[in-house]
Design a protein around this ligand. Structure first.
Ligand code: COS
Length: 385
C-alpha cells in the first residue's frame, strides 16, 4: 500500500529500517535472552539523528510529530519490540515536557533527549493504580522551594536507564484525580532509587523497574504545568503515545509475518513448499489483511493527531486496540505456520509472540481502551442531540 509519505518521512523510515536490519536483528535474540539494555542502538539512532524525530527543531529535534515517531518505532520493532522500547519509552517520558513544559524546562531537557544523550521515562503506575490511574498514592508536598516526593512507582519502562523521569504524584488528596500534579525528576536526585529489574515474559531488552521516592526533594521549578493538572498531563500524554504502542505492535506483527511467509516458501512437506497449501495461504492472506488494516488505522490516526486535532482519545485507543490485537493474532499464527520450528527459541517468532503480548496490556489495557472508545461514542451522540 502506498501511504504517500513525504520525502522526509521516507528517509526517516529507511534510516530506522537500516538500523533494524543491520544493527538490531543480529543481536535481538541475545538481548532477549540476557535482558540487556540496548545503549548502543540508541547511539546508532543518535548518529542517524532519529532520537528527536518528534521534538521541535528549535530544541534539536527533526520537528516531526506522532507519525514520524510511529514510523521509527514500527521499523525498529520489526527487528525487536523490546529494543524499540528504549526509544518509544523515552517518547512517553518526553511528551509531558513537550505538551506541558514551560520554555525553561523545554530548553533544559529536550535538546539532550533529541540528541540521544539522555533517555526519559514516564511514571504513573503504582502497585494499586494500574487501570485505575486515579488510585495513585505517591505524594508530593511543597516545602519552601522544593517538592518532597514519597512513594513507589511500579513497572516503569526505562527505569534505571533513563536520566529524566516525568512523575505523576498527589499534591492534594482531597481532590482525587484533580489533586494530582506532574513533575520532572532527574536521576541521581537524593532520595530517588530503583527497585530490582523485573524478569519479564517479553520485551526483555527493555528495562522495567520500580522507582522509589523517599523524601526526595526536587526544585519546585520541576512542576509541569500547574498543580492539579497531573491527571490531565497523564491522559493527554497517553492519547499521543498509544499510537506508538500500536506502531510497536505493527512492527512486531510485520516481523512475524515476514518470517512465516519466508518459511512457508522454504519448508517442504509432501514434496512441495507448504506455501502451496491453501490452509497456509489463507492464514498468510488473513495475516496480511489484518496488518494492512491496522497500519492504515495507525497511520491515519497519527496524521489526524499531527494535523492539530483537539480530541483524539477515541482514535488513539482504536489504533492501539486494533494493532495490538492484530500483533497477538499474527504472531500466534506465524508460530502455527512454522510448527515445531516456530515454537523453538532458535527461530525469532516465539520471541515476537512474547513481545506482542505486552502491547495489549501497557499504556492502558485493551479493556480500558474499549471503555474510552465507548464513552467517547456515547459523548459524541449526546452532543449531537
Ligand atoms: N484528555 C483530557 N482529559 C481527560 C482525559 C483525556 N484523554 N481522560 C480523562 N480526562 C479528564 C476527565 O474529563 C475528568 O475531568 P473532570 O474531573 O474535569 O471531569 C478527569 O480527567 C477524570 O476523568 P475520569 O473521571 O474519566 O477518570 P477515571 O478515574 O474514571 O479514569 C481512565 C479514566 C480509566 C480512562 C483512566 O484511568 C485511564 O486511562 N486508565 C488507564 C491508565 C493507563 O493507561 N495506565 C498505563 C500506565 S502508563 S504505561
Amino acid at each position: 500500500m502506498n501511504y504517500f509519505l513525504t520525502e522526509e518521512q521516507e528517509m526517516i523510515k529507511e534510516l530506522a529500517a537500516r538500523i533494524a536490519d543491520e544493527k538490531i536483528a543480529p543481536i535481538a535474540a541475545e538481548y532477549d535472552r540476557e535482558g540487556k539494555f540496548p545503549h548502543e542502538i540508541i547511539g546508532y539512532l543518535a548518529q542517524a539523528d532519529l532520537c528527536g524525530v518528534y521534538i521541535e527543531e528549535k530544541y534539536g529535534g527533526l520537528g516531526g510529530g506522532v507519525f514520524e515517531m510511529a514510523l521509527v518505532v514500527e521499523e525498529l520493532s520489526r527487528a525487536c519490540g523490546g529494543i524499540a522500547l528504549a526509544f518509544a519509552g523515552t517518547g512517553l517520558g518526553t511528551y509531558p515536557i513537550i505538551l506541558f513544559g514551560n520554555e525553561e524546562q523545554k530548553q533544559k531537557y529536550l535538546p539532550d533527549i533529541a540528541s540521544g544523550k539522555k533517555l526519559a521515562a514516564f511514571a504513573l503506575t503504582e502497585a494499586d493504580a494500574g487501570s485505575d490511574a486515579a488510585g495513585i498514592r505517591t505524594t508530593a508536598v511543597l516545602d519552601g522551594d522544593h517538592y518532597v516526593l514519597n512513594g513507589t512507582k511500579q513497572w516503569i519502562t526505562n527505569g534505571g536507564e533513563a536520566d529524566v523521569y516525568t512523575v505523576i504524584a498527589c499534591t492534594d488528596k482531597e481532590k482525587g484525580a484533580r489533586g494530582f500534579s506532574a513533575f520532572i525528576v532527574e536521576k541521581d536526585t537524593p532520595g530517588f532509587t530503583f527497585g530490582k529489574k523485573e524478569d519479564k515474559m517479553g520485551i526483555r531488552a527493555s528495562s522495567t523497574r520500580e522507582l522509589i521516592f523517599n523524601d526526595c526533594r526536587i526544585p519546585k521549578e520541576n512542576l509541569l504545568g500547574k498543580e492539579g493538572m497531573g491527571f490531565i498531563v497523564a491522559m493527554k500524554t497517553l492519547d499521543r503515545t498509544r499510537p506508538g504502542v500500536a506502531a510497536q505492535a505493527l512492527g512486531i506483527a510485520t516481523g512475524a509475518f515476514n518470517a512465516a511467509l519466508r518459511y512457508s516458501r522454504e519448508r517442504h512437506q509432501f514434496g512441495q513448499p507448504i506455501s502451496s497449501f491453501q490452509a497456509i495461504q489463507h492464514m498468510l492472506a488473513d495475516m496480511a489483511i489484518q496488518i494492512e488494516a491496522a497500519r492504515a488505522l495507525v497511520y491515519q490516526t497519527c496524521r489526524y493527531i499531527d494535523s492539530g486535532a483537539k480530541n483524539f482519545s477515541k482514535e488513539s485507543a482504536m489504533a492501539k486496540v486494533m494493532a495490538s490485537d492484530t500483533a497477538m493474532k499474527v504472531t500466534i499464527d506465524a508460530i502455527q505456520i512454522m510448527g515445531g520450528y516456530g515454537y523453538m527459541k532458535e527461530y525469532p517468532v516465539e520471541k515476537m509472540m512474547r513481545d506482542a503480548k505486552i502491547t495489549q496490556i501497557y499504556e492502558g489495557t485493551n479493556q480500558i481502551q474499549r471503555n474510552v472508545i465507548a464513552l467517547e461514542l456515547i459523548k459524541e451522540l449526546s452532543s449531537k442531540k
